[in-house]
Design a protein around this ligand. Structure first.
Ligand code: GLC
Ligand code: CA
Length: 561
């Protein structure tokens, strides 16, 4: 059934979808909640926290991979797509999770990792057996180049060549990630139909959709050196849509590091029949170092950040749809990266949430963000568990960098920042486990934990809950037209959202300083204070004083004098 939103004359009509007003919560199962004391989070642990998630108000959970896996990349290396890793539980646990979540109005998104499998997947085991193997063509094999080296100079995201020589058959296979994550050959129709069959099997189990891992890589043209955004990408996604979720009312979000506003319209445009939305990373990568990438990040430049986010808001205003996120399991903690995790922890965490959740798009909360969890400061290499961090350390040291330098970068940008266990309480190991956790808990759990925040109306958690609930109540937050103000101001983020006769004004100070700003006439107004991290603000005039990281939203009627 298709419902139409009544839009103001000036805007085109968009078809209303349930996920437009949803807020998604990402769970990294390994680090969320351990139910049996083995130090590893698991599905029963998630079930035990559904009440917590329901009271936060989120209606969708995206689970990072829970399938059978040797865990070379913590589950992003799958050896059986239709089974659950022993450490996470069983299929029965999973079905119970889906059912218990549904009772609370929550849907489950699975992580679809189909650019590659594990090297332990039976398909790869069979494929590597001989050049004549029935499944040889499920993966991407090439003979060595004339000098015996790799077929070309494609590199792996985790460092080094993307090709590994398999001595058994004397050919190289492609892996854009670790050598234990061989890339599937999407050109092979049998590969595609096996994947669609598997997707339907999960959809039939009642999931609410998929998050699609590095989906922009599946259309690759390896011999031409093209990996992201390849010539076949959109054909495959349209085929996938037709063969699997197209007629089902689900949410699909593709991870696409290469996405631009133009390509986002191809993925998520209304007549394209591909995905609901993509994750874009333009504002993430723009602050990376030209040579050392994220291992030597530059400070956040607010003017540039606003420019990129605003560009995406405009590009997808009439067609397509944005995802909104500050963090995920691959990125540093939001409050550490964009806010102030020490001096103004609470203020800046709330400010960031306000700015993000009141934009147009579907917001994603990464586990622990709702309590303002911060980056971790590891001091020795053996505290890191992430394969990317460990590989990159090796390469940096080979290139002449010191381990101390590398650790500085890793503590700012490494993936383990997001993977330290969820801080539930002040109990040992933050209440995450009664055993010893697979990765150390951030020592700040003693004061920074969920238990101390859920009962406090002024906590970061309460602020997130308020934002999630506002989105459910106010169509202007979901559908309002976005307009940015004070684009070149280095300290504040200001925008309006307009729908019919309602206008929402959002103002945020991105600095640890008390500041005074001048507002253009169009923004002077009286209204209803919707949310704030200081005292409620009901009126703004020509000059406005803002405390450190102060942020608020004011709802007003455009019909008022
Ligand atoms: C995605 C995942 C990341 C993983 C990689 C390979 O970027 O988010 O965690 O390592 O794909 O699957
Ligand atoms: Ca466990």
């Amino acid at each position: 059934m298709k419902e139409l939103v009544n839009k103001p004359k000036s805007l085109s009509i968009i078809e209303r979808k349930w996920w437009h007003a949803a807020t998604v919560y990402q769970i990294y199962p390994r680090s969320f909640c351990d139910s049996n004391g083995d130090g590893i989070g698991d599905i029963p642990g998630i079930i035990g926290r559904l009440d917590y998630l329901q009271s936060l108000g989120v209606t969708v959970l995206w689970l990072s991979p829970i399938y059978k896996s040797p865990m070379d990349d913590n589950g992003y290396d799958i050896s059986d797509y239709q089974n659950i890793a022993d450490e996470f539980g069983t299929l029965a646990d999973f079905d119970k999770l889906v059912a218990e979540a549904r009772q609370r109005g929550i849907g489950i998104l699975l992580d679809l990792v189909v650019n590659h499998t594990s090297d332990e997947h039976p398909w790869f085991v069979e494929s590597r057996g001989s050049r004549e193997s029935r499944l040889r063509d499920f993966y991407i094999w090439r003979p060595p180049s004339a000098d015996g080296g790799p077929p070309n100079d494609l590199t792996s995201s985790f460092g080094g060549s993307a090709w590994t020589l398999d001595p058994r058959t004397g050919e190289y296979y492609l892996h854009l990630f670790s050598r234990r994550q061989p890339d599937l050959n999407w050109k092979n129709p049998e590969v595609r139909s096996e994947i669609y069959r598997m997707m339907n099997w999960w959809l039939d189990r009642g999931i609410a959709g998929f998050r699609m891992d590095v989906i922009d890589l599946i259309g690759k043209e390896v011999d031409a050196g093209i990996t992201a955004d390849g010539p076949h990408l959109h054909d495959y996604l349209q085929e996938m849509n037709r063969e699997t979720f197209g007629e089902r009312d689900v949410l699909t979000v593709g991870e696409a590091w290469s996405a631009t506003p133009d390509s986002a319209l191809l993925y998520s445009g209304r007549d394209r029949r591909e995905l609901s939305m993509v994750f874009q990373f333009e504002y993430v990568t723009q602050s990376w170092d030209e040579t050392h990438g994220k291992w030597r990040p530059k400070p956040v430049d607010l003017v540039k950040l606003k420019a990129v986010l605003g560009k995406w808001q405009h590009a997808l205003a009439e067609d397509g749809w944005n995802s909104l996120f500050w963090g995920n399991h691959d990125l540093p903690r939001a409050v550490s990266r964009y806010g102030d995790a020490t001096g103004y922890h609470v203020e800046s965490a709330k400010m960031l949430a306000t700015v993000l959740h009141l934009m147009k798009g579907t917001p994603f909360i990464y586990q622990g963000e709702e309590i303002g969890m911060t980056n971790v400061s590891f001091t020795s290499l053996n505290q890191y568990k992430d394969i990317e961090t460990l590989n990159m350390h090796r390469l940096h040291v080979e290139a002449g960098l010191s381990t101390e330098d590398f650790i500085r970068g890793a503590n700012e940008s490494g993936r383990d920042n997001a993977r330290t266990p969820m801080q539930w309480s002040a109990d040992p190991h933050g209440g995450f486990t009664t055993g010893s956790p697979w990765i150390e808990v951030n020592p700040n759990y003693a004061t920074l934990n969920a238990a101390s925040q859920v009962s406090d109306d002024r906590s970061i958690w309460a602020h997130y809950r308020e934002l999630v609930s506002l989105r459910k109540q106010h169509p202007v937050i979901v559908y309002g037209r976005y307009q940015a103000w004070l684009d070149h101001h280095p300290d504040v983020f200001v925008y309006t959202r307009t729908l019919d006769d309602e206008e929402l004004l959002v103002i945020a100070n991105f600095t640890p300083r008390t500041i005074t700003i001048e507002l253009p006439d169009e923004l002077h107004r009286r209204g209803r204070p919707l949310i704030s991290n200081y005292s409620p603000v009901g009126e703004v005039g020509e000059t406005l004083g803002l405390g450190p990281y102060e942020a608020f939203a004011l709802l007003s009627s455009r019909l008022a004098p």
